[in-house]
Design a protein around this ligand. Sequence first.
Ligand code: ZN
Length: 551
Amino acid sequence: MLGLMTTAFAADEKSNDIVILYTNDVHCAVDDNIGSAGMAAYKKEMQAAYNYVALVDCGDSVQGDVIGTLSKGEYLVDIMNEVGYDFAAFGNHEFDYTLPQLQKLIDKAKYQYLCCNLTYTGKDGKGLTGYKAYEIKTYGDIKVAFVGIDTPESFTKSTPTYFQDANGNFVYSFAEGNKGADLYNKVQETVDAAKKDGATYVVALAHLGVDESSEPWRSTDLIANTTGIDALLDGHSHSTIAMELVKNKDGKEIPLSSTGTKLVNIGKLTISNGVFTTELVSDYAAKDDTADAFVKSIQEKNEALVNTVVARTSVDLTTKHSDGTRAIRNRETNLGDLCADAYRAVSGADIALVNGGGIRADIPAGDITYGQIIKVHPYGNALCVVEATGQEIIDALEWTARNTMSTYSDGENSVGEMGGFLQVSGLKYTIDTTVKSSAKGDDKSMFVSVDGAYRVKNVKVLKNGKNVDIDPKPTYTGFPQLYAQGFRRRHQYVRGQQAAAGFRHAGQSGPDQLHQGQPGRRRSRNLCCSAGPHHGHCHPVHRRARRQLGG
Ligand SMILES: [Zn+2]
């Protein structure tokens, strides 16, 4: 009896304010910073103080670490189910494991995925299902509509072919057209529909970001061009924004907030008597025991996968010189060769190109585990098969060798080396470091032209087992590796290389493709497994550079 009275008393004490907790760009950081168990503890703490508590995510949860890669996102959904999410917006990375796999994640989720601007436009009726444009929750006499919005950049910052049919035609739309207007209209339609449906308030769960490069699809652009959104919770640019007031189309100031990434902060939106306030909770140390045990059980399962032996090498596979200094960003190494060879092997392409900056760890002689391979390529890097002329390939090599052995830093790159330096397969080339490269880029490090002497020389391609001079005119299939989103700077940087090659994907045309395509992408984790011990071909790349170094 006394217990019952106490409970009733506590309930009376609870606030009727609505609290919406939010996360974004968790990128698999279930055990970093506040962590999933911390998130669960904070939610319980809020539920003890408030009658109405929701927990939502603004995308890019399932990708970014081994636990996501090995389970194709499923462990993350398991953990979000356990922590008790109500809604989640798609980010671009929710699409990374293919659309059929995303369907599996949607079906597995106990929370509702939301996205108002993804539409299946194909004719066979086999589009993604189970997600909604919006959903309304009732809190006392207030109805809050949650609207999901995902960046049209998802096409390129995931994998374009996932959104295409077998003939290379796009069968999905993110309302990307008309310089932002289609997205604004789609969101406006959805907000209006939610209001008509009885929503008192509308909270947008967006994965748009505020980066300049995301214009005209930034969250700020969207707010400025719509009405009726009462608060916008954002992701994608990994920005830490406690609360920024942005004027909407009516001139009304709307709170915009984003938590950064990897659960460094928990976002807290409070709706109190029609006033919307957002804030970030950081340095929260409490952990929920049940959620903590659950996360640990998942990590144990993951460990078993990580430790699975998938190959063996009889030699040390390295990114370094014999004196231990880094070599992978300005000359050939056996691990660079192995990666490039593996990509060529799985793709069947004529040539494979791998940027040295994406090869991040060594593998000592002995058994090779799954985990070691992922450490070599920790970024969820993407691959694509493209067609390029011989001249475009020569230009790509020139562009990425422009700093090799230079004695100056160009700001983004260290002296003498460059993350974009290409490790190759099916191809040989020499860099004459006595020639200063005349490759020109724009202010975004995008390739423009080569206006003078080439330092890249003697480019030869493998043909019927023989190395023959590359012909500038015909088309070769190549295999450059691209960074996935989340490593934006590098991504853009490598897009520069791609533009350098003017790579075109077969079956697609249009100038945008020069900068975008990641067609035919495969997960990097598939790649090295097909290759066994490998000593690397000793081809005469950088002969001169080597001589200069005395190495
Ligand atoms: Zn994103």
